[in-house]
Ligand binder design. Structure first.
Ligand code: MCF
Ligand code: FE
Length: 407
């Protein structure tokens, strides 16, 4: 059993309680939490470790949407609009994938850990990231991706997906959870999506999908043509959308699904996502770089919203603190303090809800996934702590996962 104390503890519960001069007692799970005075009296024989001046303890961050296999992208991809970006992914895929080798993925995961991300949802397109995800100390929900729109390739693609899914299943553990990603409504044939979702329902796999990320996707699925016409016609003459947006969403009934982006989703579609108890992953930096527009975060139920970085294929960093700073500036008309609090909550509490994990908040019986941060100076305004943390944190001081301190 360990006891840590800090100047502040952020519980990251629904009320966003903050304990000043708090202490937390844990082994693999959190055993007790409260004022240091009370905890030290309750456990007189246990040594209490002080996290230092201006220290803050809080749950580890949860980034539910990354693409580690694209980590080598720096200047390879074209930003500014979705279709040119997609074309540049197709053109430069080999180069990026070859350079996103295990060593690079390992160091990307280490950077994420250093920044305080203790859980991630990895969208695995090819399975080249498996070894790295198995050996990293973080909890990984490993979404095996399926995509492909040509009916003649459906069988091969499905077999390949199934073998990756099985390989990840063979490695299931407390910190490695296999799951399924259906790439998107424009890229995945409904037969593939339906079959993969049947597997998800039968075996209780979490699901992730990209949804309504661009005007091109909106126009294409609404049957208005748009920029996807030329894109698809070059692959297959007379291509037609595979389903409407609503038909696509309906495939996800009775699954636990994370819908990423949704910047162009209609209120009706957001309502359907809510009805099927889905979560929405907001990726503000990616949306800015691919000209995807801005998610109206206020129109989304506060319990359904998470924050993700997306991959380095559409971001400059997988650091959730940087992402929070971007979100803080992007949603400039919102109350600053309320938004700061919300951003921390959606990066901890809601991430855990979406990924169905027992972490994300520092309550008794939760997994002891804890980070400690040192602010550069004494915080004068406790009510501003969320904002101070977002403004001043890039990397954290210490990281505990399932109670174990990791380097
Ligand atoms: O979320 C972003 C933008 N939207 C869609 N896909 C991706 C993103 N970052 C990486 N991707 C991957 C996706 O998983 O790029 C490929 C897929 O494997 C695009 S389809 C050729
Ligand atoms: Fe993505």
């Amino acid at each position: 059993m360990k006891i840590l104390r800090a100047d502040f503890i952020l519980i990251c519960d629904e009320e966003f309680k903050i304990i000043e001069n708090g202490a937390i007692c844990f082994d693999k799970k959190i055993l007790d939490i409260g004022f240091e005075n009370d905890i030290s009296k309750k456990y007189p024989d246990i040594q209490i470790r002080y996290m230092g001046e201006n220290s803050v303890l809080m749950p580890g961050l949860i980034n539910p949407h990354v693409h580690l296999e694209f980590s080598a992208n720096r200047t390879s991809l074209e930003y500014g609009n979705f279709i040119p970006w997609l074309n540049s992914v197709i053109k430069n895929r080999e180069y990026i994938l070859q350079n996103s080798n295990s060593a690079l993925i390992d160091s990307t995961l280490a950077d994420m850990l250093h920044s305080g991300t203790t859980t991630l949802g990895q969208i695995s397109s090819f399975g080249e990231d498996l070894e790295s995800c198995l050996k990293t100390p973080q909890k990984v929900v490993y979404f095996n991706e399926i995509l492909g729109s040509r009916p003649d390739t459906v069988d091969i693609l499905f077999d390949n997906f199934r073998s990756r899914l099985h390989r990840s299943d063979d490695n299931r553990s407390e910190t490695f959870i296999p799951a399924i990603s259906i790439h998107s409504p424009y890229s995945t044939h409904p037969i593939l999506a339906k079959n993969a979702l049947d597997i998800a329902r039968k075996n209780n796999y979490l699901v992730s999908t990209h949804f309504m990320e661009s005007q091109a996707e909106r126009d294409w699925l609404d049957g208005r043509g748009g920029e996807f016409v030329e894109f698809f016609n070059s692959l297959m003459p007379n291509a037609k959308p595979l389903s409407t947006a609503q038909e696509y969403l309906e495939l996800f009934h009775d699954t636990s699904t994370l819908f990423t982006h949704c910047t162009k989703a209609s209120s009706k579609e957001l309502e359907i996502i809510k009805d099927i108890e889905g979560f929405i992953v907001h990726c503000p930096a990616s949306n800015r770089l691919l000209n995807s527009g801005r998610l109206d975060i206020e129109s989304i139920d506060k319990d359904m919203l998470c924050l993700g970085t997306d991959g380095l294929s559409s971001n400059i960093s997988l650091n959730l603190w940087s992402e929070m700073r971007i979100a803080l500036m992007m949603h400039f008309e919102k109350d600053l303090h309320k938004l700061a609090t919300k951003l921390i909550k959606i990066s901890t509490l809601n991430g855990a809800k979406a990924l169905k994990l027992n972490n994300g908040t520092l309550e008794k019986n939760r997994d002891a996934d804890i980070i400690s941060i040192k602010l550069p100076d004494k915080p004068n305004f406790t009510k501003q702590l969320a904002l101070d943390l977002i403004l001043h944190t890039t990397n954290v001081d210490r990281v505990f996962i399932n109670g174990k301190e990791t380097v």
